[in-house]
Design a protein around this ligand. Structure first.
Ligand code: A3P
Length: 302
């Protein structure tokens, strides 16, 4: 029996039901966005739109592999004033569930509800657009996202193993991956930013200066940590998260035991994967797709 990636009885049962239903996972499109069959379900995605959103809700939005699990850890610790027991006693997905995963039951969480999502702008609960709740959008260098997702697909059971990096890069650029196009995701959210209480933050700034980044998130959330800030920072480093079974998703159903959810956690791993030609091709497409995008990024700040 697959006991569920997060170890809780509730979660295990939910996952067991899913795996009993079918062992096969495919991407399917729902309203223009790719989801995974037997993980996401259409009925639930239809309902998401009208979920009640509370003023105290906090939602971290990420394109996959941009720092979702990191945000789960950060939000838990900020909320608990840096109490390490919070992140040692309960799996991350239960503390800070994905809104779009029905078996995590985001709606039944006690307030303030902390959550993450990969949803594109157009599928997010409408309530958030009325400036109820707070949204934190995390952006990561798409070249590092590609590398991270490539390794993730080689690791996790519910996504196809890419035949090669070259093929995967092509697939990614065509938006034929889970949650579809990176370009559409960021543009959707950024273009509509004025509809939300929203903070944009990059993976790179978090990596470069975690303390300042967590302070920035606290300021946005209206939370004062004072002398607890350093404890929060300590438990959110890659090294410490990797050692924490309640944060590192070590039991996720996988097809390759040498992989990991928390893989390298660095800036610029793309340089170890892209050829010069692939990098130049990506840059051309990036410039074309992002030419009207108002934010300019400096990714390599290490
Ligand atoms: P790599 O595969 O490049 O290592 P997500 O949680 O959105 O799936 O993103 C996963 C990526 O975030 C992985 O990237 C993972 O290692 C990285 N990550 C998670 N926690 C981190 C941390 N504390 N510091 C730096 N990177 C982290």
């Amino acid at each position: 029996m697959y006991t569920g990636q997060f170890g809780s009885k509730h979660f295990s049962q939910a996952f067991e039901t899913i795996t009993k239903m079918s062992k096969s996972y495919d991407l399917y499109s729902f309203k223009g966005c790719n989801f995974i069959s037997n993980v996401h379900n259409v009925e639930y995605l239809e309902k998401l739109h009208s979920f009640e959103i509370r003023d105290s809700d906090v939602v971290a939005v990420t394109y996959p592999k941009s720092g979702t699990v990191w945000m789960q850890q950060i939000l838990s610790l900020i909320h608990s004033d840096g109490d390490p027991a919070t992140v040692q006693s309960k799996p991350a997905s239960e503390r800070v569930p994905w809104i779009e995963l029905p078996f995590l039951d985001f709606q039944s969480q006690p307030s303030p509800r902390l959550s993450v999502t990969h949803l594109p702008y157009h599928l997010i609960p409408e309530g958030l657009k009325k400036k109820n709740g707070k949204v934190i959008y995390v952006i990561r260098n798409p070249k590092d996202v590609i590398v991270s997702l490539y390794h993730f697909q080689n690791y996790i059971t519910c996504l196809d193993t890419p035949s090669s990096f070259e093929d995967f890069l092509k697939q990614f650029l065509e938006g034929k991956v889970v949650f579809s196009s990176w370009f559409d995701h960021i543009q959707g959210w950024y273009t509509h930013k004025d509809e939300f209480n929203i903070l944009f933050i990059t993976y790179e700034e978090m990596k470069q200066d975690l303390r300042t980044s967590i302070q920035k998130i606290c300021d946005f959330l209206g939370k004062k940590l004072d002398d607890k800030l350093d404890t929060v920072v300590k438990h959110c480093t890659f090294k410490n998260m990797k050692l924490n079974p309640m944060a590192n998703y070590e039991n996720v159903e996988n097809k390759n035991s040498s992989g990991a959810f928390l893989r390298k956690g660095i800036i610029g791993d793309w340089k170890n994967h892209f050829t010069v030609a692939q990098s130049e091709m990506f840059d051309r497409i990036f410039q074309e797709r992002m030419k009207d995008f108002p934010l300019k990024f400096i990714w390599d700040r290490q």
